[in-house]
Design a protein around this ligand. Sequence first.
Ligand code: AMP
Ligand code: GLY
Length: 415
Amino acid sequence: MRVLLVGSGGREHALAWKLAQSSTLTELHAAPGNPGMARLAHCHPIRAEDAEGVLGLATSVDADLVVVGPEIPLVLGLADVLRRFGFAVFGPGKRAAAIEGSKSFAKEVMAAAAVPTAEQLPIARPPCVVKADGLAAGKGVHVCRSQEEVDAALRAVAGLGERVVVEEFLEGPEVSLLAICDGRQALPLVSAQDFKRARDGDEGPNTGGMGAYAPVPGIGPAEVDELVSASIRPVLAELDRRRTPFIGLLYAGLMLTPGGPHVLEFNCRFGDPETQAVLPLLEGDLLEVLAAASSGELAGMAMEASADSAVTVVLTAHGYPVEGSRGSQITGVDDAEALGALVFHAGTALHGERLVTNGGRILGVTGLGDTVAGARAAAYAAVDRIEFEGMRHRSDIAQAAADGLVLGLSGSPEG
Ligand code: AMP
Ligand code: GLY
């Protein structure tokens, strides 16, 4: 099977790495890809947002399947364009992708599907959460504990030119649920947790994600199935009822509150960096499953996971999330890989033979082990081998889980 993978981040490198293991893969192409992906795929200099360019590439490489990684092209309707020209696509059309592209649409669908979520509030009064309605790359959500924070949040959202959604403030640990969907059926992957804040101890601004681990102790296959049945399956049924079936990866960001699990957000694509922790644990053939999902044939398929744990630590530019870094030499990636870690490229470029920084999140380093503590130690040992000017990372990724914290569905520790 000839596959075209759209995107250039750590998530897409992890997808390329996993797809490359499939026995049915004959050619892997990427648009635009990155230097890490270039070792696994033919990279073409076409931006993910360039729908015409991607369509032209899919045609010229005669792709049997197009896998779309990032949300922006999906929300803009890339999958619809490709399907109109007869391509099989793993990724939702524009109207289903609105589950991520518009918070108010997501709220409306959740209400119709009876999915528990934070209640919407008519006015912004602390404590509350103020969100931009549309895509804002992690910068659209403001947790407000004081009136000053509310005022600043309303100004910031207005500054983005976005409508405001205000909702009740919930508390509890968060879990990321990822499910492969064929429009009707959902095949869940192992549970994961990501670390959104820039600094240790969940301090600092929200980011695209500073690290992740999988699976979450206490959230095993039975709990995942319960959570998927309360969140992802009802939304799939509702979107199908509206004749906008969701084909692709549906991601539910859940908060485990004392009142039970609540959905904070849906994403219409694989999580980043959750994917870099989840995919290395999967034992089945991912390509077979994505291809089956794209043609509505997920029934009877399974995705086995190993009993191991995976921990991903993201290495960022010094000024991330405000500023990125360009052109600083990166060393030690081979050493890190020689230790057995997986090093996924996100913001890198090649200057001749030299690997250099090119973005905010530069690399994701995944360690594997038979316990969370072992995986965590493997990840940080590999991180220690890598250097570039101004490199930063959190040092507490998966710390609580490695120390033995086990979650229950109401968010309280069970160990
Ligand atoms: P979102 O992009 O909607 O997932 O929000 C980003 C982050 O903001 C979440 O991962 C939570 O940490 C936080 N957040 C979002 N909604 C709420 C809420 N209703 N109550 C408390 N925290 C929230
Ligand atoms: N890690 C959160 C996201 O992908 O949106």
